[in-house]
Design a binder for this molecule. Sequence first.
Ligand SMILES: *[C@@H]1O[C@H](CO)[C@@H](O)[C@H](O)[C@H]1NC(C)=O
Ligand SMILES: *[C@@H]1O[C@H](CO)[C@@H](O)[C@H](O)[C@H]1NC(C)=O
Ligand SMILES: *[C@@H]1O[C@H](CO)[C@@H](O)[C@H](O)[C@H]1NC(C)=O
Length: 426
Amino acid sequence: MVCKLNSKLFGYLRPYTKRVLSFGHPIGGSQCKSKVCQSLNGVIVIGSFLCFLLAMACGYKYVLPESGAIIPNYVIPDSSHSNSECNFFDGRWVPDESYPLYNSSECPFAEQGFDCLANGRRDSGYLRWRWKPKNCQIPRFNVHAVLEKLRGKRVVFVGDSLSRTQWESMICLLMTGVEDKKSVYEVNGNKISKHIRYLGVRFGSFDFTVEFYRSVFLVQPGSVPKRAPKRVKLTLKLDVLDDISKEWIDSDVLIFNSGHWWTPGKLFEMGWYFQAGGKMKLGMSISAGFRTAIATWASWIENMIDTNKTRVFFRTFESSHWSGGTRQKCKVTRRPLSKTKGRDRSPFSNMVLNVVKNLSIPVTVLHVTPMGAFRSDAHVGTWSDNPLVPDCSHWCLPGVPDMWNEILFSYLLSQESVSLQGNGNL
Ligand SMILES: *[C@@H]1O[C@H](CO)[C@@H](O)[C@H](O)[C@H]1NC(C)=O
Ligand SMILES: *[C@@H]1O[C@H](CO)[C@@H](O)[C@H](O)[C@H]1NC(C)=O
Ligand SMILES: *[C@@H]1O[C@H](CO)[C@@H](O)[C@H](O)[C@H]1NC(C)=O
């Protein structure tokens, strides 16, 4: 079922896979870089924390009443619903003229392929929708609060191109609050590309980085055993996390995704087969493969991540809007759908939700499948860098991924509102 669905949904990508499949170059200088950063970051984190405490102690009495105009933005308005009770992911899209939150053409980190307006899209209604959860509000984006919250931190996105989109969206959102745009730069001077394995953007004036690690399966590619059948060109070691995972450990915010590459077209038909426990698993289905990989991810999280330091998120499957049976068609609409027609569910998302439920440490699932399901109007369609190949998987920027980030920010900031209260009681 999963396989069938996916081959239908993503079969169109086959011509791409050869180009995209290469796992790129080793990360080179980033290891020694991160050592230096580690100790530097340590000092800065402790320093800013002390400053924060001091400021809170001094400022609580005097500052808080006056800054009322800013802070209430960050408290969930309906006090009967605390953050944990509100389901951010059950809701609907409502028109909102205050969107979009930035202009991609003015953001050097929005790749051209996602800048639909610049690529000729004429209608702009798709830019003016806000996600409204049923029982609460997503706090309005306050760039200065988020920039301060991230000071001294390391935000790491891991996954496929949909992760890269969210990474780009986050950088563009945050740059709207940075005066000196030149202070925001890619640490290795690299340009964004589809195969690149690592991208790290540093916000110099705020001393934090927002990084992207390309790891489309999250688990480790391996070589082909000697006696394997000819059709096996590459293996995927389902029981070992990607070897760049050591780079993810020392982060403050860690956001994963995986799903769009778990298709016959991108695996079996390209010669990729599964391996586990040192043995080939030629008959293993894609859904069983994904389940095994997610279990590997889960035990890695439990064993390697200190959740006192790192806030972990997993974003569920991002809905796509292909139609037309075997001949894949991509028709981008002008308005969101009023019904999701089953696209609000995905077996991949369910597996992630089930695995995370069982974890012994806190991981937040960004369950974006339902909200994306309505947005047949928000894909790049033919307004990408390759108009000959329509695309109903990726999203225009600005657009839907901005909302993922707004929700992510509200999780990060609501932590702060808890500690605000805590300090107030002292
Ligand atoms: C975005 O910025 C570009 C370049 O400055 C400008 O030409 C365009 O009109 C802007 N688009 C919108 C929707 O404001
Ligand atoms: C996290 O913090 C708690 C409470 O301060 C502590 O008991 C626990 O050992 C810490 N965990 C790790 C992995 O450091
Ligand atoms: C969750 O834990 C229960 C009880 O230990 C187990 O039966 C179940 O298979 C686990 N589910 C997943 C998805 O790991």
